[in-house]
Structures are given as C-alpha cells and as structure tokens.
Design a binder for this molecule. Structure first.
Ligand SMILES: NC(=O)c1ccc[n+]([C@@H]2O[C@H](COP(=O)([O-])OP(=O)(O)OC[C@H]3O[C@@H](n4cnc5c(N)ncnc54)[C@H](O)[C@@H]3O)[C@@H](O)[C@H]2O)c1
Length: 443
C-alpha cells in the first residue's frame, strides 16, 4: 500500500508490443538486441540493467519492503520488445554483430536467424557530420525536410509492420561533429525553415529526433551530439507531451569519474589534476579519431568535474585543476577499451597523493543495459504523461540535459537517488530522505 507519498500518477498499462527504433546498428545496438534475445531465451542474465535486476526500497528500513523495480512499476516486458534500426551500412544485425566482435559465437549463433531478420533501413546520413564513415545505404532527397518526412514514413511503416502499440527511438549511431546552438535551433519555425533550405546547422541526428517527436515517439540520445538538446525540439517535445533526454551514455571512464570525484569532494580532499586516456579499436574509436567528432565527445567528458567539484565554492581545493581527456584509436583492442586515469589529489596541509585507475572494460557490454533501461523508462515516462526533458534519467548520461538555467547533477549516487525517488513519486510512495532520526528519537 502506498504510504504518505501523495497521489501518484496514473500510468497507462504496458499492453501490447513496444517497438524500439535504434538509430545506428553498430556495436552498441547489436549487443543490446542480441542480449535481449538471449535473456528472453533464458541463456543469459541482463546484468547491468537496473530495470531488470534492481530493487527499490519502500518505506522505512524496518518495513523490509524492497520489490524488484520491474514488479513495482508497469514496465514493458522483454518478451514484448520488437526492434528496428537505420544504418548507412547495409549489414543485418547478425553481420554487424560479428563485425563488431563484442559477443562470442555462443551468444550469436543460436539466435542467428533472429538477428538476420533485422535489416537496417536506409539512413539519413551525411558524411559532413561523420567524416570517417563512408555510408552507401542512404536516403536521397533534395532537402533535409524531405529526409525527415521519409523518416516519419519509416516510423509509421515499422509501427504497422511490427504491430507495436508504442514506440521509442534511441540514437546509438556515430558521434557527429561538434555543433553549437544557433539561430536555426531556437524555434520550431526556424528549425523547419532551416531544414527546407538545407542549413548546415541541421545535423542528421536532429532529423531523426524531429521525425520521432512529430510521430509522438519519445527520443533519447546516447551520443554527445547536440541533437534534441536545442530549444526548438525541447519545446516541440513539451507541446506534444513527449519525453526526451540525453546526452551520451555514461558507461566506463566517466561513470568512474562521477563516483570518485564526489568522494573527494565529500571528504574535502583537493584535486590538482586528472589525466584520462583511452585506447579503443572499434568503429566508434575510428569515428572519434576525427578531431571534429572527438571535440563533441571531449566536451561531454570534460564537463563532469566542473559541476561536481564546484571550484567557485571551493577555490583552495578545486580552483586550479588540470583536466585532460584523450581517446586514441588502437585497432588491436576492438571494443575492449582500456581507460587509464591518473589522479593527483592533495590532503591535510596540502600533501600530494596519487590514484591510478586502469579500467579494462568492454564498451558495448556497459552500454547495452543502458539502452534497455532507457527504452523501458522512456516508454514508462510517456505512459505516465511526463513530458520534455527527463532529468531523472541523468543517471544514464555523461552530459545530462536539464531545464534552461539549471546545472546538471553528475554525481552517480545523487542521480540514482533522483531516479529512485521519481519512481516512488510516480507510485505515490514516500520519498526516502535518509534522515532516519525516527529510529532513535521515538515519540
Ligand atoms: N559503448 C559505449 O560505452 C558508449 C558510451 C557513450 C556513448 N556511446 C556512443 O554510442 C554510439 C554508438 O557506439 P557504437 O560503439 O555502437 O558505434 P558503432 O560505430 O559500432 O555504431 C554506430 C553505427 O551508427 C551508424 N551511423 C552513423 N551515422 C548514422 C546516421 N546518420 N543514421 C543511422 N546510422 C548511422 C554507423 O554506420 C554505425 O554502424 C557512438 O556515438 C558512441 O560514441 C557509446
């Protein structure tokens, strides 16, 4: 029974199928799809997915109420997910997964027929925005507006073909070159005019986001591109009561950064420098080898420390931090990235200390459960009539989108509290404040 938490929100039931539309059918997307299919067939566990493995504490610690999140909320069931994707490379999901080299044959061969049935739709792709890719499986139209209309048609066709009741779209495509918000992004009218005259300010990712919103489909951005983080599309989402969010899945090195930096700040330990470097050999690494795509990623990776450490409030501790991030394309490693961090901290009376982190991770293994959770939570958000930016899902992003004038929360555990409190609020359950005085001061 809900306890003193307010009325909760009416949430439409998750009846029928949920169609997941992925932009990009590369390493992350195929690892996600193949993973879901393995889980559905009972051959693997959805490790790393909060929606599938996580529980949520309700009420007081002495109440011992901690249901699984997927039992607490009406999330779509994995058996009800259907998939499609766009990609400028025509490989089906099986071929793309083999080329990505993330999953081993025992996770791919038994589901080969299923994966071969997922063939990408021709992409709205422009090499000016992803310089290291040569896509051939692309849409051709005289204007960006017409490309967006073709994407809208793809959405309607997929809905009909798959029999899906609801859809979500997630950008898991390559990182586009760095763009900053300009006049074309300020209003829907300016955005639509810019699409008509092929304004370079309109990147392909924006066409997908626009098409999704015009078709009443929630949109989440897993890469650091600007995409839906512009006033024109934010307003469109609000007007059409659709959830949006981004940017850039928070997986390896940045996830660790948003765990360690809050610990230093909590203990008032100073920071002199943080040097982060990566070696990565997959297609994402190759795309990021282009300085313009790297710039987009660099901005996303650099932002987190500034917001967590608040140098304005703690100038003696964080007023002079040297923060450097490198990504080096190194083909032998494939998707098995290695991220090194050298962290120079200082303590009592200013004495220096060092911390080294060497994270031998697997990029797509970390990203796949995030795609799953985002698909399920964005669908939930739409059924709960949450619209516009979904800041409660910042837990999943390196550069969380926020309302204008609001700085983002990067601390992973603040983000987790925000997420879980939002789930409690949706169901009319009490918020957990961690005060706990009632266990000691009994009336
Ligand atoms: N894996 C992680 O840990 C992680 C973390 C954060 C962000 N990301 C981002 O997720 C994205 C996907 O990563 P990945 O490892 O799967 O990369 P990938 O290169 O394997 O796959 C990306 C796919 O997108 C396709 N693509 C490019 N432009 C497109 C367009 N306009 N329309 C449709 N498809 C397009 C490419 O052809 C490619 O197949 C990248 O932008 C990456 O930076 C990944």
């Amino acid at each position: 029974m809900p306890q003193q938490g307010g009325a909760g929100r009416d949430i439409a039931p998750a009846t029928g199928k949920l169609g997941v539309m992925l932009v990009g059918l590369g390493a992350v997307s195929t690892t996600f799809i193949a993973g879901v299919e393995n889980v559905r067939r009972g051959t693997a566990l959805p490790i790393g997915s909060l929606t599938q493995m996580g529980t949520i504490r309700l009420g007081k610690r002495t109440d011992h109420r901690a249901p699984k999140i997927k039992e607490f909320l009406p999330l779509a069931d994995l058996k009800d997910l259907a998939f499609t994707a766009w990609d400028p490379i025509p490989d089906d999901a099986y071929t793309a997964a083999r080329k990505a080299g993330v999953l081993e044959p025992h996770h791919l061969e038994p589901i080969a027929d299923f994966l071969k049935g997922i063939t990408p739709l021709p992409a709205a792709f422009d090499r000016n925005y992803v310089k290291r890719l040569n896509g051939t499986h692309v849409k051709n139209a005289p204007t960006k507006r017409e490309l967006a209309e073709e994407l809208r048609q793809d959405i309607r066709d997929f809905k009909q073909r798959s029999g899906a009741d609801r859809l979500v779209m997630i950008w898991a495509a390559s990182t586009e070159v760095f763009l900053t918000p300009g006049p074309a992004h300020q209003s829907l009218a300016a955005f639509e005019r810019a699409m008509e005259c092929n304004d370079p300010a309109i990147a392909p990712s924006m066409l997908y986001a626009y098409a999704a919103l015009m078709e009443n489909v929630p949109f989440a951005n897993g890469a650091p591109n600007l995409t839906v983080d512009i006033p024109a599309l934010e307003r469109l989402a609000e007007e059409r009561r659709l959830p949006i969010g981004g940017k850039d899945f928070k997986t390896g090195q940045t996830m660790m950064k948003t765990v360690l930096a809050p610990a230093f700040k909590a203990r008032m330990l100073g920071l002199a420098g943080w040097y982060s470097t990566n070696i990565l050999g997959n297609r994402d690494g190759e795309v990021l080898d282009d300085p313009e795509s790297f710039k987009t990623k660099e901005e996303s990776k650099l932002g987190v420390l500034e917001y967590i450490l608040q140098p304005d409030q703690y100038p003696e501790l964080y007023g002079n931090v040297f923060h450097k991030v490198r990504i080096n394309y190194y083909p032998p490693r494939g998707d098995n990235k290695e991220g090194w961090d050298n962290i120079d901290i200082f303590g009592w009376l200013g004495y220096p200390m060092q911390i080294k982190v060497d994270f031998l991770c697997r990029d797509s293994i970390l990203a796949a459960p995030i795609v799953l959770d985002l698909a399920l939570y964005f669908d939930l958000a739409q059924r709960a009539r949450l619209s516009g930016i979904q800041e409660w899902l910042s837990f999943y992003f390196k550069s969380p989108q926020t309302a204008p004038g609001l700085y983002p929360e990067h601390d992973l555990f603040i983000q987790q509290t925000k997420l879980k409190n939002t789930l409690r609020w949706l169901k009319g359950e009490e918020q957990i404040t961690h005060l706990g005085i009632e266990y000691y001061e009994k009336a």
